[in-house]
Design a binder for this molecule. Structure first.
Ligand code: WT7
Length: 635
């Protein structure tokens, strides 16, 4: 019997050792006993971090939807696969069984086939958190199309860039979306994006808000009538283990987003195995992850991981503050949620409100609490642990990334003793390393450095769509034969890891990964702006907020500053999305630069954080005098 379900600490250490000493044998056993394959692999793993090239289960044939749906039908056909909790609490929740989900996926897969979508084609999905979103992912996977989900909070510009980067030929969207008391015109955003996307042949539209929208003749079609007519079964395409399953974009150090490519078999095995253990999921549990499926958290831990385990996974369309700040807890009580997985920013926002919003509800069903997206600060950790978990549900702080596909460092609840703000121990099969400035590994405990991973795990992203060089340069060039995460971390006396935050130009705002470059590009497009730099500074709800330093052109100097601020944020909303808006904008006459012309963000970061006691050596700057000016006018 393989070690699919870890139940105590001794077992964790034992299985961990096994997974590191002989990774191939370990993962082979897991893959063999817990998944269905059309054909077995010829080779468990081949890898080379120099090229880089990573292949897991090479030669195997499978379809991930047979693992997430078909194989459950005999034993779990009538079990609820998805609970859909709508934005409006007065609208009835939906319970979709595995049999119903299978049928809905097959119908949508057939509709895609009817629209010429073939294996390997890219389909863009721009949908709110409604069941059709999960169905769409699985329908693509059913026929071997590669899905590219774009979070439905991104702007038309961001959407268009992503559609073109991966040449999507079909877009799935809805008329609109509900978020709290707002209704958002998604179709209008898609229409605008598509003005610059000649490659899109069809737009299939889900009716959700019933709002009046434009339907472009020939190109646009309502989805429901097509689903109603479609055949309710669809033969699964047989995929290679290393065939791409999806592309998901994440920000980087240049303006172009990185389309991370995840492949089929390794991703399936790792997300399923981590889901089972990190949430200690047991049959008949109700599991809820509050993330949006537009992020990797939703892909791996709302859709694929839970469904591969035959779990009941809850999809929530709304927001934590609507109709009031008790909404999360009301949903936990209503559906008797056992595992609850959310982000520190949500916890911090709710912790600011009256405790009655939590105390009003029966949360006794909860057994495991999860956190993801950014470091969870001590205060938020205790609030979550005390008031939601009643000190009775282990809180698992899970560290991972879009690129890692699955959870990398996290406690196993009821197994690993937790410590506030620590992601604790590497998950089975994960070999972390901390590196110093000279690219040497720092061994031993009570040390701090840059977090790398030494050995491939099954769900590591295999490339960046259309740009393998960028994949190598970003992740495999800083340290030889290592995957570099971009994060800093410390390892304490007992070997627990604590993630200290990004060490590159990525800023995490409310758990959203924002690169500085695309935002600066958006600002610089404003006609009055000459140059800009943005940095993060601590914010008590968002974790970090954005502080922009902007140099105006001469033409901008006479303009009203508050209007300019509004216009700049409008520009960002249109180019990136409202999540990237600047909290503060300071107009400056120059930016501190090194002699090679690079902006010294370190200094700007300190000034923005009001931490100017130790700015370090500024004498080597090209323009040291600017530092004082910026400090004097700091907001
Ligand atoms: C970055 C990845 C993983 C899904 C959501 C974000 C930060 C993520 C934690 C955590 C400290 C965390 C890191 C990471 N991060 N989880 N538990 N503790 N930091 O995915 O958008 O790819 O962002 O989020 O900085 O590198 P992502």
């Amino acid at each position: 019997m393989s070690n699919y379900h870890i139940k105590h600490l001794e077992e964790y250490y034992q299985v961990y050792r096994k997974s590191v000493r002989n990774p191939e044998a370990f993962w082979e056993e897991i893959a063999e006993e817990h998944f269905v394959w059309r054909k077995r692999w010829d080779n468990v793993l081949s890898w080379d971090f120099k090229k880089p090239e990573i292949k897991w289960f090479e030669g195997a044939k499978l379809n991930i939807t047979e693992n997430c749906l078909d194989r459950h039908l005999p034993t779990r056909g009538d079990k609820t696969a998805i609970i859909f909790e709508p934005n409006n609490p007065d609208e009835e929740a939906q319970h979709i069984t595995y049999r119903q989900l299978h049928e809905r996926v097959c119908r949508m897969a057939n509709v895609l086939l009817d629209h010429g979508v073939k294996k390997g084609d890219r389909v863009c999905i721009y949908l709110p958190m409604i069941p059709e979103l999960s169905v769409a992912l699985l329908a693509c996977a059913r026929i071997g199309a590669i899905h590219s989900v774009v979070f439905a909070g991104f702007s038309s510009h961001a959407l268009g860039t992503r559609i073109n980067d991966s040449d999507c030929k079909v877009v799935l969207t809805s008329d609109g979306s509900f978020r709290g008391n707002k209704s958002i015109d998604l179709k209008g955003i898609v229409d605008k994006a598509l003005e610059g996307c000649p490659g899109v042949a069809n737009v299939l539209v889900v009716k959700r808000t019933g709002s009046d929208i434009h339907m472009e003749p020939v190109r646009d079609k309502w989805l429901q009538p097509l689903l109603d007519e479609a055949y309710a079964d669809c033969v699964a395409e047989v995929m290679d283990a290393e065939d791409p399953l999806f592309i998901l974009y994440t920000s980087g150090s240049t303006g172009t987003p990185k389309g991370m490519v995840h492949t089929t078999a390794g991703y399936m095995v790792y997300t399923a195995y981590t889901f089972k253990n990190v949430f200690q999921y047991k049959e008949n549990d109700v599991y809820w992850c509050t993330a949006d499926i537009g992020w990797i958290t939703g892909h791996s831990y709302i859709v694929y991981g839970p469904l591969a385990n035959g779990a009941t996974t809850l999809m929530f369309e709304g927001v934590p503050s609507y109709p009031d700040f008790g909404r999360f807890w009301e949903v936990v009580q209503k559906h008797k949620v056992n595992q609850f997985y959310t982000a520190p920013t949500a916890i911090r926002a709710l912790a600011k409100e009256n405790l009655e919003y939590v105390e009003k509800y029966d949360l006794s069903s909860l057994r495991v609490l999860g956190s993801v997206g950014e470091p969870i600060n001590e205060e938020a950790w205790h609030w979550y642990n005390n008031n939601v978990g009643k000190k009775n549900s282990p809180l698992v702080d899970t560290w991972w990334q879009t690129e890692t596909g699955g959870i990398m460092i996290a406690p196993i609840p009821y197994v690993t003793p937790t410590t506030p703000t620590y992601a604790t121990l590497p998950f089975i099969g994960i070999q972390p390393a901390l590196m110093d400035e000279n690219a040497k590994e720092i061994k031993g405990n009570q040390v701090e450095g840059r977090l790398c991973i030494k050995f491939p795990w099954p769900s590591i992203a295999r490339t960046i769509w259309g740009n393998h060089d960028r994949y190598r340069d970003t992740y495999f060039s800083a340290y030889e034969d290592m995957y570099f995460t971009g994060d800093g971390a410390l390892r304490d006396a007992v070997g627990y890891y604590r993630i200290t935050g990004r060490v590159d130009d990525v800023i995490i705002v409310s758990g959203h990964n924002l690169g500085t470059a695309p935002i600066e590009d958006a600002i610089n497009e404003h006609p009055a702006v000459a140059e800009s730099a943005i940095v993060g500074f601590p914010h008590d709800v968002k974790g970090n907020a954005l502080y922009g330093y902007v140099i105006l052109k001469e033409t901008g100097e006479s303009r009203d500053r508050d209007n300019l601020r509004k216009e700049i944020n409008q520009q960002i909303t249109e180019h990136v999305g409202p999540i990237a808006k600047l909290e503060k904008i300071q107009f400056v006459s120059g930016l501190p630069k090194t002699r090679s012309g690079k902006i010294m963000r370190r200094i700007l970061r300190k000034i923005a954080s009001n931490d100017t006691s130790n700015l370090g050596d500024t004498s080597t700057l090209l323009n040291p005098e600017i530092v004082q000016e910026i400090m004097d006018n700091s907001l």
